[in-house]
Design a protein around this ligand. Structure first.
Ligand code: THU
Length: 151
């Protein structure tokens, strides 16, 4: 796994903080922003988008992934996530929900993909998808020729 340098991590956190300002969260008042880094260095952002019917709500991470995939990206290195109750102060490390981890599993190599949870550009933690979704079910499970040497 190629670890991200501090400058790239800070840039992603800044992008996630900016994306969080677009959060549409009139029901939970919990705002999330995400910034996804593609293999070729592009940054694709997303925010959470809630719905009056509640279940159609989309998390910030999935907004970023679905935007990216719909624009032709399928190779990803990392995602920065910032989430906290409404307001400019980030009070917690917001780890991705289970559904978002599963979406990451679809497109990312668990041992390589890096998930950055941040309270600021100076205060963050980095985990791999492998750490957050151990023994995950993914595309390889449906490939009968795969012997799982990749994981
Ligand atoms: N949310 C995210 O955007 N990402 C997560 O990983 C967890 C939850 C959003 C969904 C909802 O709009 C709000 O946070 C409260 O659950």
């Amino acid at each position: 796994m190629e670890k991200l340098d501090d400058k790239t991590i800070r840039m992603l956190i800044t992008a996630a903080i900016h994306a969080r300002k677009m959060s549409y969260s009139p029901y939970s008042h919990y705002q999330v922003g995400a910034a996804l880094l593609s293999g070729d260095g592009q940054v694709i952002t997303g925010c959470n988008i809630e719905n009056a019917a509640y279940t159609p709500t989309n998390c910030a991470e999935r907004t970023a992934f679905f935007k990216a995939v719909s624009e032709g990206y399928k190779d990803f290195r990392a995602i920065a996530i910032v989430g906290s109750p409404e307001g400019d102060v980030l009070t917690q490390y917001a780890y991705p929900c289970g559904v978002c981890r599963q979406v990451m599993m679809e497109f990312c190599k668990p041992s390589d993909f890096q998930i950055i949870v941040a309270k600021s550009e100076d205060d963050y933690l980095v985990k791999t998808l492998q750490e957050l979704l151990p023994e995950g079910f993914g595309p390889d499970n449906l490939n009968s020729y795969n012997n799982f040497t990749e994981r």
